[in-house]
Design a protein. Structure first.
Length: 439
């Protein structure tokens, strides 16, 4: 997949006019957090959409402001939005039809006139009766005007048809990235710093405070000729600690990213000297319940004291039943230690998750294991006929046996351990499908 020649449509406007609602209606994968509060979107949220057999890079921005801002995060949001306008093939400028033209809309219009190639003004919320009073005002902004209701989709088709008509003749339909990676973890463990290092640009806003990233943001890269889509997610705290509605939406955004991923990179602050209950639950959820490949990254190695390292090792030993199955790497985003090994490890885990084992070889491996150490349930020896691999990502093994209900978690764990000893499946889950033998 190549995204270098893909035309780009950027959605801009002041805060809380419905930019993210429009983005979500058009997006096929990514989703912006929508909440009735200014400044919810901070990072650029992107997705590749397909309209009229054309692949287009769609970008949702944070609220644009003309004035330079003193708050570090707000200024970073502003600058990213302006940079996106500069590189866009087409800009959709969203305004609120229910309140009319505000001074900030005029300021943004002035900026866009100077920077953008093609601009379409999307007057949103025209389904509300109040909008009729203000519609005539928007002509004065000097752009082609389209009335829409992003929540219901009214007028969106006509708006996009006009936008597509001005795009350069590039970007036919492309395949989605083969490998999808989600970076997850508690707030402030270094997820956004890692994202920026992996994609080699300031893609995520980084600040020394929890909650800087508010929604899952993605970037596609190519590594070892493999197309990878990396997603940075909001920090996930313990459920009882999540009380604000906005944070609840942020957590949902992170959980959706896990669902969509093939590989989950769980980042841990190694300087805390522990794996918290929340982190263990995230690892278990991703690996055991959602059957995602999992890489455990212990970050901030540059500030880890010896006693913290020993404490962390004790915790890992305590939970070896899970930890031993995961791919693990110690890194420091600040010093750069082992950061160069992250993408190669992702590539290795991706290849392992696609491993195919011949049916005859698989059957022999399991049969030899059961001959050396028979499996029992309530005093009855279990019988096994054959095995075959039915899918990859995750590796899924079908077992044909005499009495499927007798094959519980402990019996399947024995088979899994044997397969892990025989084949290189570090970081990759194994799912079993137990079927009854037909005599």
């Amino acid at each position: 997949m190549s995204i270098k020649n893909m035309p780009t449509i950027v959605i801009v406007g002041r805060a809380n006019v419905g930019k993210s609602t429009l983005f979500n209606r058009l997006s096929q994968d990514a989703e912006s957090v929508t909440y009735d509060q200014p400044g919810v979107t901070r990072d650029l949220v992107t997705d590749t959409i397909t309209i009229e057999d054309r692949s287009i890079q769609l970008v949702d921005t944070g609220g644009v402001s003309l004035r330079k801002l003193h708050n570090v995060i707000d200024e970073s949001v502003r600058q990213r939005a302006l940079d996106a306008i500069d590189t866009a093939d087409c800009v959709i400028f969203v305004v609120d039809g229910a309140v009319g033209v505000l001074p900030e809309d005029r300021e943004i219009a002035s900026v866009i006139h100077k920077r953008a190639k093609h601009v379409f003004l999307a007057v949103n919320k025209t389904d509300l009766s109040a909008s009729r009073e203000y519609l005539h005002e928007f002509d004065a902004l000097g752009f082609s005007v389209y009335s829409i209701a992003a929540t219901h989709g009214r007028g969106v088709k006509e708006l996009m048809a006009a936008a597509i008509a001005v795009l350069p003749e590039t970007g036919r339909v492309v395949e989605a990235p083969g490998c999808r990676v989600a970076i997850i973890g508690k707030p402030n463990v270094g997820k956004s710093s890692l994202m920026n290092l992996l994609v080699q640009k300031e893609r995520s806003i980084v600040a020394d405070m929890p909650g800087t990233t508010r929604e899952a943001i993605s970037e596609a890269i190519t590594f070892y000729q493999e197309d990878i889509r990396i997603t940075d997610t909001p920090g996930i705290r313990r459920k009882r600690g999540v009380t604000e509605p906005l944070e609840q939406l942020m957590v949902k955004s992170a959980m959706r990213a896990i669902d969509a991923a093939h590989i989950v990179v769980l980042m841990v602050d190694a300087s805390e000297g522990e794996l918290s209950d929340q982190e263990l639950k995230l690892a278990f959820y991703a690996f055991q319940e959602k059957h995602k490949s999992v890489i455990l990254l212990f970050n901030k190695q540059d500030i880890v004291a010896e006693y913290e390292r020993e404490s962390l090792e004790r915790v890992c030993d305590e939970y070896q039943y899970l930890i031993k199955k995961l791919a693990i790497l110690n890194i420091s985003c600040k010093s750069g230690k082992n950061v160069g090994k992250v993408l190669p490890l992702i590539n290795e885990v991706w290849e392992r998750s696609q491993k195919r084992i011949p049916d005859d070889e698989l059957t022999i491996t399991i049969r030899e294991q059961m001959q050396a150490k028979p499996l029992y349930q309530n005093g009855q020896m279990l019988t096994f006929a054959r095995a075959k691999q039915t899918r990859v990502t995750p590796v899924t093994i079908q077992l044909v046996v005499g009495n499927p209900p007798a094959w519980g978690a402990s019996q399947l764990a024995t088979i899994e351990n044997q397969l892990r000893r025989t084949y290189d499946l570090q970081g990759t889950p194994i799912e079993f499908d137990v079927r009854k033998r037909k005599w």
